[in-house]
Design a protein around this ligand. Structure first.
Ligand code: NDP
Length: 241
């Protein structure tokens, strides 16, 4: 039976791969994001099977408008929207730039997830799933970004508790370095890229499709007893530095 899937940040990278994975399986997928152009690309890549709705997941008014356009029943929410704004930090830091960076990281990675989940909570079907994209950075320290992803993982335990009464699972998928997304933009030198790959146990570059397969599994009936967990997806890497 076709399910309804909402993927935040579904216009690019990991979110697009996740959205396409569910669409390939015959599910009805809605992708959200702030920029229309990437969302249209995801729709085109799916052969117009995916629906796109512009929404900033950190904006309560936009979330209320999103609800008006969503179906009454949502089976799976994938909280993928996020990013690392530490890259943009000016050196040396002023207190103002530090404040801006911490707020930006917590807004992009935590607030979007918490608000979107709360907004959709009443739409989620019993025995549905909420899957949020964390990061290896939560474990190994990566400034405001790592702290935000750690907060996301802690919030997930509360979400699993609150939603568990309805049989809804809540889990975090925590990737290591995933290639070919906008995330690192031009921030990775060849040396740093080689270091990140070298820090894995399998010498492999993670792909958006790797994350998509894991998310797809966590949304399946076979994963119904997995909740409140962090599933690490990093080739065995033990560092982000
Ligand atoms: P991208 O930058 O390609 O994807 C981030 C997406 O989030 C964009 O589509 C962006 O769209 C969307 N987004 C950001 N802020 C908001 C918002 N307020 N409301 C709605 N959408 C928003 O990078 P990735 O695909 O790599 O990242 C996806 C997730 O994976 C992120 O949570 C990231 O932290 C995580 N991750 C990535 C890793 C990697 O190596 N690439 C490793 C570990 C975790 P728009 O700007 O149009 O809103």
């Amino acid at each position: 039976m076709s399910r309804t899937i909402v993927v935040t940040g579904g216009g690019t990278g990991i979110g697009r791969a996740v959205a396409l994975r569910f669409a390939e399986a015959g599910d009805a997928v809605v992708v959200t994001g702030r920029r229309p152009a990437p969302l249209k690309e995801t729709v085109a890549a799916s052969g117009d099977r995916i629906r796109a709705l512009e929404c900033d997941g950190a904006d309560p008014d936009q979330l209320r408008r999103l609800l008006e356009q969503l179906p009454e029943r949502v089976d799976v929410l994938v909280n993928n929207a996020g990013g690392n704004t530490d890259f943009d930090r000016a050196e040396p830091d002023s207190l103002e730039s530090l404040s801006q960076q911490w707020q930006a990281n917590f807004t992009a990675n935590v607030l979007t997830t918490v608000l979107t989940t709360q907004a959709l909570a009443d739409r989620l079907v019993d025995h549905g799933s909420v899957i949020s994209i964390g990061s290896i950075a939560a474990e190994f320290g990566a400034g405001a970004y790592g702290a935000a992803k750690a907060a996301l993982a802690t919030w997930n335990i509360s979400a699993a508790t609150d939603l568990g009464a309805r049989g809804i699972t809540a889990n975090v998928v925590a990737p290591g370095y995933i290639a070919d997304t906008e995330f690192f933009r031009d921030q990775l030198t060849p040396e740093r890229r080689a270091h990140l790959i070298g820090s894995t146990k399998n010498g492999r570059v993670g792909q958006p499709s790797d994350v998509a397969e894991t998310v797809f599994f966590l949304a399946s009936a076979g994963a119904r007893h997995i909740t409140g967990q962090i599933l690490h997806l990093n080739g065995g890497a033990r560092t982000t530095r």
